[in-house]
Design a protein around this ligand. Sequence first.
Ligand code: ADP
Ligand code: MG
Length: 701
Amino acid sequence: MYEAFFRPQQVAVVGASSQPGKVSYDVLHNLLSHGFQGRVIPVNPKAGEILGAPVAASIADLPMGLDLAVVALRAGLVPQALRELAERGTKAVVVVSAGFKEVGGAGRELERELKEVLRANPAMRLIGPNCVGIIDTFVGLNASFAGAMPRPGNLGFFSQSGAMCLAILDWSLDNNIGFSKFVSLGNKAGLTEVEMLELMALDPQTKVILGYLEAVEDGRRFMEVARRVTRVKPVVLFKSGVSGSGARAASSHTGALAGADVAYEAAFRQCGVQRAHSVRELFNLAVALANQPLPLGRGLGILTNSGGPGIICADAAEAQGLHLVALRPETALELRSFLPGIASVYNPVDTTGGATAQTYRRCLATLLSDDNVSAGVVIATPTAALKPLDVAREICAVPAEKPVFAVLMGHHSVQQARDYCLAHNLPAYEFPEEAAQALAGMLNYRQWLEAPPARPDLVPGDRQAVQKIIASLRRQGRRQLSELEARACLVAYGVPVARSLAAATSEEAVAAARELGLPVVMKIDSPGIIHKSDVGGVRVNLASEAAVAEAFLDMTTRIQRQHPETWLRGVLVQEMVAGGRETIVGVSRDPQFGHLLMFGLGGIYVEVLGDVSFRVAPLARDEALEMVRSVRSFPLLRGVRGEPPADLTALTQALLALGSLAHDFPEVAEAEINPLLVLPRGQGAVAVDGRITLAPAKGDT
Ligand code: ADP
Ligand code: MG
């Protein structure tokens, strides 16, 4: 497949026009204009010659086993052309025609037809439709209608949006960004981002893979492939649609908080994909990864000729988790030996305004020789005496085994200097924050490479017990497990739950309390009430039998009066769990990535605070622990103001258990323990409220 698309011997342009200005003419023109050595065959019933290339009158006249065909026909003609191409054993096709799924209606139908042709002819692979085409700079192959040829380079780029392709190509020309491959994926009827990752991973000319995505087609496969590819080379993706909250029906906090974007965020993190949030961030990081070695540590050394930018850089670096290291005394002494007295020889090293380009060179070499420094950022603000291009020349001449970034502040007067840096493999940014961000991305990637591959820790549960409960629910046509049923499922996976007893009268409630031991908690028990405390259906710390009897009468009569239509089964009397930290542990189903685990603190305030973390299930124990650590309020679990630390082992075990339950029973749509009360270290964690919902059964509407 790689050879057919990117190293073709023969390329046909089906529907090639002799009229300049038409897409099909542009494709042909591009194929003939950038040094491509293979044979290019226009296909057009009028035959003759176009742009000097002899025309084939029909697909039937093309050689058998053709490598690549670019189809630029009207959408309606495409499926038939594909059939004919398949008949001739064509290996790869790029469909640049628009008018498919993206226009809806009849276009959607055409796309279905196109996919059918592909299914019937699995040996023929397709990119598109509705794409700009593909480009490989290494062999001068430009099978696209883009207005220009990208500069050669070592970035492999793919994009779902054709417009982004064209805009980025145009922008890259002025910014010294070069590409190995440049691929527009379009509607992804055939090849998707997954195959692009695989192909570019194999490509010796591609050092960094980058892409623009609106969605992935198959989340699980994407993760599986990305996990492998990111071990071989870095992958940086700009995924848009952060604001599309993915509104979906949800009866739990987990479901309500799990928008589409958190799933992507989690999935990317778990397969080592670096995520960018803008085109600029995408290229800033890609250029850094492609041109500089990965930093060994978080220690940053900054060299500047002015205070402000140095401080901005320091702030940005700290915010990104980098550290401004203390320089070794030898380093400071050495710097002092040639810098003026007013200069700062501590980090950031500030030469002050009088620095020459030679000063920069010496300072940078000294800074990098310091063992505490893992990476260097060189900031230059143009002054009357300082020529940015000279600075660029000098700093590029410093031999470096550590990553170095240039920040040449401003735009106009430093453009040439930045170009010089980029041409000499030194990433050059306009502003210090960009350098700090790129460096943080590199560190993230390095951490990913160093971490051993995560193997899910599945908790063996009593599957039969859960299976029975689910089967009985299905028979009754219910999807919402009762509290007792949910509890039984949790118990089956080893999650400790607070003991509770059902009571239908105040006498039964008192007897239950006696059996459990005072104090107890009382909760309304009704299939119609999901959020019990919202209706005053939870009373905690009932310390006497009299209080239990009183609470029963009060709770049942009040709620019955306020909700006359609701059937009350009675109450649950539950053992009171004291001294636990309130956490929420949940799992919900994402349409792209499958089950998504959520962890958060804050009990009833969880939705307001939104301080939660998500991961795609199932998880390794380390990942579960890292997930717990990654919420902002984690210090509350570690223990503040003399509080004992919480039992993190029990907490992560509960996360793993819920993930395993979901893994074993894909029909679980949502499961949530809210709260899981986490006791001090060594004392465990107890679920006091659980909720499980099944996905609609096949055949349900
Ligand atoms: P709901 O979420 O339906 O309103 P819960 O069963 O979660 O009802 O109870 C509400 C709150 O009451 C919990 O978040 C917790 O703070 C407290 N609570 C419930 N059960 C217990 C218990 N057994 N021990 C201690 N506190 C409890
Ligand atoms: Mg609750």
